[in-house]
Design a protein around this ligand. Structure first.
Ligand code: ARG
Length: 273
């Protein structure tokens, strides 16, 4: 279980161009700041150390700290990152700021040749909780070629990668439709996957709990599992029953301003160690 997490304050957060079907104006900036502080507080309350990266003017999506790099740890090479190549040009510049942040803290940088491809960090790349493998998806943001290059590099390090295809534009990132709860159980929205991908996903877990379309589109699968808690933007009877079965306590944190940009709790952080 990670002990610390990286966040980026929403100082310059905004919606400036449509990058996903959720994006809408206006943003209430005071409310956004307040919601971000509440998320930070919920993470700290769960026992995590919160680190921050300085926000940069003009980089309105930098608050979504899950996307700019993939973070990992390897027995031999130690802690490492794989920098992303974001699909939208307006997000390209974010990556260098994150890479620098990690470089200064001693992370090894595994640079892939992503020319012509896209790869969006933990938006589309999720560790199995025991780090025995990585779940990776393409379809709307990361490209098949980007995921393939990532998979080859990770396989070289001994981490198998299972590749999935996403088909629902409201679930444009894997972190909106797959949330690992523990080594045996995951929360999924089945409608987000191609017919070939769904069996691959199901085969990887002893227990697969399903969210409805409405729940997935309200980011109930974009929660953060931390120290026996599940930080979620909303709670339904279905989700409450699932969390109860898996021994997780729900913690509701309103992220409505960030949902107007197509993201919620999971998107707003990167797990460190
Ligand atoms: N507005 C951002 C974008 O479209 C939201 C990113 C959400 N991040 C995530 N990991 N799902 O790029």
């Amino acid at each position: 279980m990670p002990k610390s997490v990286l966040l980026c304050p929403p100082t310059f957060f905004d919606v400036t161009e449509p990058k996903n079907p959720y994006m809408r104006l206006p943003i209430d900036h005071v409310r956004a700041q307040h919601q971000w502080e509440n998320l930070r507080h919920a993470l700290e309350q769960s026992g995590l150390k919160v680190e921050t990266i300085d926000p940069v003017k003009g980089l309105e999506d930098m608050v979504f700290a899950a996307n700019q790099v993939f973070v990992g740890h390897h027995d031999k090479i130690g802690k490492f990152i794989v920098p992303s190549r974001m699909r939208f040009p307006s997000r390209h510049k974010e990556v260098a700021f994150f890479v620098e942040w990690f470089r200064q803290r001693g992370y090894k940088i595994i640079e892939l040749d992503l020319a012509g491809e896209y790869l969006e960090g933990h938006g589309d790349l999720l560790w199995h909780p025991d780090h025995s493998k990585i779940w990776a998806a393409y379809g709307f943001r990361s490209t098949p070629g980007g995921v393939e290059k990532f998979a080859r590099a990770m396989q070289d390090l001994g981490f198998p990668v299972v590749t999935l295809q996403l088909v629902d534009e409201f679930c444009y990132h894997l972190d909106t439709c797959l949330c690992p709860l523990n080594n045996e159980a995951a929360l999924i929205y089945p409608g987000a996957y191609s017919p070939e991908s769904l069996p691959k996903l199901r085969a990887g877990w002893k227990r697969v709990h399903e969210l409805t379309r409405e729940e997935a589109h309200q980011f109930l699968g974009n929660g953060i599992v931390t120290n026996g808690r599940y930080i979620t933007p909303h709670l339904t009877d279905n989700l409450a029953a699932i969390l109860d079965k898996e021994g997780l306590q729900p913690v509701v944190v309103d992220t409505s301003e960030f949902e107007k940009s197509g993201g919620s709790a999971f998107c707003m952080k990167a797990f460190l160690e």
